[in-house]
Write a protein that binds this ligand. Structure first.
Ligand code: PBG
Length: 341
């Protein structure tokens, strides 16, 4: 039987013993470098027209498409948890779509209706963000307008800007605090800024999805928003996952065009991008912990491969630690309600 005897003098004179700071939960709490508050989160919601029952999204366990009344109820629950920022996505039935995505600027669309209802119910208690993009409104499911060219069908950058600005205006008119363009067309921040200002909406801000990669991790979202492209992919407008210097270029262009906040999306495979961007801008940075990242953890937890509470906590703190001021996450409300943070 092996026996160890603790000697009277230390075996080693270590100049530093980092473990001293990890002795107890109280001590660890007092030297923790990163903190998460409910106000750090933006909760995403999918709103649909009509008054139908909530539609669970199979690919996103725990997430449903909601009618406006159900959204108000969920928003109230979020407020009780201290989350006051919401990001709204409109979901439309196939019949409401057309090639130009006209429904995106409909003042009676689900997002403008949800904005007016939330403003009426909660006033200045809430901060309302809206996703601005054509993909949930076009029959082809692309984020811009498609034109025939001698080289085949192409997304027309500048024609898309007109539609995006019209959508942003409809949201501003309905009471959005921030519009969040996620289409990745060039020059859209400047174009939307000018359109908002000309209509008198100088106080409405722009959260730019400045650094948005062409990612496999959006899969479940496209089921939720019914926005998968019917042909091709988004690589001609979203960024190549191999590029990080280009992320700085995209972010700085959008800042120069008048963005008030910048987003990096997805989050987990791009923590280096977040960390590199952080010291180069004074704007608030937002990390989008996207649908595939959420679905991955849910699936692993369900398979018994890991402890969901601890894994979610680790992921959300990682985003904050890497430099995010704000986090969009489908985990946010459950994590706060369950005391995971
Ligand atoms: C719209 C949009 C997408 C997401 C946010 N806005 C999908 C896409 O670009 O295909 C993805 C969000 C998520 O995966 O949670 N363009």
């Amino acid at each position: 039987m092996l026996e160890l005897k603790k000697p009277k003098t230390p075996l080693q004179n270590l100049s530093s013993r980092p473990r001293r700071l990890r002795q107890s939960a109280a001590l660890r709490e007092s030297v923790a470098e990163t903190h998460l508050r409910p106000a750090d989160f933006i909760a995403p919601f999918f709103v649909m027209p009509g008054r139908g029952p909530a539609e669970p999204v199979a690919a996103l366990p725990g997430v449903s498409r909601l009618c406006v009344d159900d959204f108000l109820r969920e928003a109230e629950r979020a407020l009780r948890l201290g989350v006051r920022s919401f990001l709204l996505f409109g979901v439309l039935p196939e019949e409401a779509k057309d090639p130009l995505g006209a429904s995106s600027a409909d003042p009676e669309g689900p997002v403008p209706r949800a904005l007016r209802a939330a403003r009426k119910a909660f006033g200045e208690e809430v901060v309302l963000y809206t996703d601005v993009c054509l993909c949930a409104h076009t029959t082809h499911g692309h984020c811009g307008v498609i034109m025939e060219t001698p080289r085949g069908p192409r997304i027309d950058n500048d024609l898309s800007l007109q539609r995006l600005a019209a959508m942003a205006l409809a949201h501003a008119e309905a009471g959005a605090d921030f519009v969040a363009p996620s289409d990745m067309m060039d020059g859209r921040v400047a174009y939307i800024r000018r359109a908002l200002d000309q209509a008198g909406h100088t106080e409405v801000g722009i959260l730019s999805y400045a650094v948005k990669y062409a990612s496999a991790f959006y899969g479940p979202f496209r089921e939720a928003a019914k926005s998968a492209p019917s042909f091709g992919d988004r690589q001609s407008y979203q960024m190549d996952p191999r590029n990080a210097r280009e992320a700085l270029k995209e972010a700085h262009l959008d800042e120069a065009e008048g963005a008030d906040m910048l987003m990096v999306k997805p989050a987990l495979a791009y923590l280096d991008v977040l960390a590199r961007l952080r010291p180069t801008t004074t704007l608030p940075l937002v990390a989008y912990n996207v649908s595939g990242e959420y679905a991955m953890l849910k699936a692993a937890a369900r398979a018994g491969a890991l402890d969901e509470a601890r894994a979610v906590r680790e992921v959300l703190f990682a985003l904050k630690r890497a430099g995010a001021d704000l986090i969009v996450s489908y985990h946010a409300l459950e994590a706060l309600a369950s005391g995971w943070l």
